[in-house]
Ligand binder design. Structure first.
Ligand SMILES: [Zn+2]
Length: 408
């Protein structure tokens, strides 16, 4: 039965990947026309599995599976239905399809809590440059300023909601109340760690915190031919030395990742020594203290390099996002559920943001990662192994039974 459902999950993800804004590749942004076909396909499977289905006014697909008696708490299980541009078939979608299959496997057997499967309308931030529109609606943080953001064609989030036939003035109806028991999300790892260890499933400890800074080295621009090497104040050379130090610090610090992903040199000519070099810095760690220490160290190193090279350096912090811990009790329950499948237990930090991070402000959350073969994600070659999907379904069932025991 698990094997059959696992096959159906994978086939469904492949089929849903065909519902796209672009011919020949998968691109599905917030409430674009193909989202209707996704809602229709999953909505009908939800109904066959005993769920009542609605689309809330933030465009989230929601299927409710009743509890054994009224007034019981509600477990949310879900992920997102939007994609990046030229996406694979599994990022986000897998978590929603897997949740529907999990409820289907209950075969109408009620539990002492209700289940709501949520297919979030938006997580990737592609259309409006801001992510998590769907999950923000569930915690009620979509305000007018946020909803007024516009896409490349000048349509606002509010317009997009109206274009889809929904009512933006009812967006607060999407909010979750005190009935929430917690949120569980299945997601592909989107990295190479589990595959490298040959482990099918990973239990997420925390979603790492993130600091994003703009770092500017200032020197002086001058002629590349006539200025001797000892007389230069080269901003790019200073930045380059510092970037080497960024990589070295991250390589020797467990759990730390640090990236300089964007560089801009001015004036930016081949025959001119750069007077200014702006660099982005992205630093992530599951421990907020470790992340703060790393950022401080990189500031000091930049200052030392600048002083020695007669440059100046400025730091501007653009984003500080604390790490989000998963519920300790649910992590333990997932460990029992994974062990019951005869699989090794592996705890992992999530280096990427997920809807669970937003919902964590309101309720206990937990995540289970499925290995990404080759570590490939946000790419058409993204895939999953059928046996891993079956193992995730088995883990999900064991987790539901465990939770039923504590909430009987
Ligand atoms: Zn995702």
């Amino acid at each position: 039965m698990l094997a059959r459902h696992a096959r159906e999950v994978i086939d469904s993800c492949r089929l849903l990947a065909g519902f796209s804004e672009e011919a020949g590749r998968t691109t599905r942004t917030f409430l674009s026309p193909p989202m209707r076909e996704v809602h229709a396909y999953l909505g009908s499977w939800m109904e066959r599995s005993g769920m009542s289905v609605q689309v809330d006014h933030a465009g989230n697909l929601r299927g409710s599976y009743p509890a054994s008696s009224p007034g019981r708490p509600r477990l949310f299980i879900g992920s997102h239905l939007d994609t990046v541009i030229d996406a694979g078939a599994f990022d986000g979608v897998l978590g929603v399809v897997l949740a529907v299959a999990l409820v289907d496997l209950l075969q109408h057997r009620p539990l002492p809590f209700s289940i709501e499967v949520v297919g979030f309308s938006e997580e990737e931030g592609v259309r409006f440059g801001v992510p998590f529109i769907g999950s923000r609606a569930l915690i009620g943080t979509l305000d007018d300023e946020f909803l007024g953001r516009v896409d490349a064609r000048g349509r606002s989030i509010t317009d997009a909601i109206r274009d889809y036939g929904l009512d933006p003035s009812c967006i607060l109806d999407a909010r979750v109340g005190a009935e929430a028991l917690g949120y569980l999300e299945f997601h592909i790892e989107q990295g190479p760690v589990l595959d490298g260890l040959a482990v099918p499933l990973g239990i997420v400890n925390a979603i790492v915190g993130l600091s994003r800074l703009a770092v500017t080295f200032n020197g002086s621009a001058n002629h590349a031919g006539t200025t001797p090497m000892h007389a230069r104040r080269d901003a790019v050379a200073g930045a380059a030395e510092w970037i080497g130090a960024v990589e070295a610090l991250a390589r020797r610090t467990p759990g730390l990742v640090a990236t300089v992903g964007r560089l801009h040199a001015q004036p930016g000519a081949a025959n001119v020594i750069a007077g200014v070099c702006e660099a982005s810095l992205d630093v992530r760690h599951a421990s907020d203290d470790a992340r703060a220490t790393a950022v401080e160290t990189l500031r000091q190193v930049a200052q030392q390099i600048a002083t020695r090279r007669e440059l100046s350096v400025q730091f501007e912090t653009n984003l500080e996002q604390p790490s989000v811990a998963m519920s300790a009790a649910w992590v333990a329950a997932l460990e029992r559920a994974v062990a019951a499948q005869g699989l090794p237990i592996h705890r992992i930090d999530s280096g990427a943001g997920h809807d669970a991070m937003i919902l964590a402000g309101r309720m206990p959350v937990a995540m289970l990662f499925l290995r990404s073969p080759g570590g490939i994600s946000h790419h058409p070659d993204e895939h999953v192994i059928e046996g891993d999907v079956a193992a995730a379904l088995g883990t999900g069932l064991a987790f539901l039974d465990d939770l039923a025991g504590t909430h009987a």
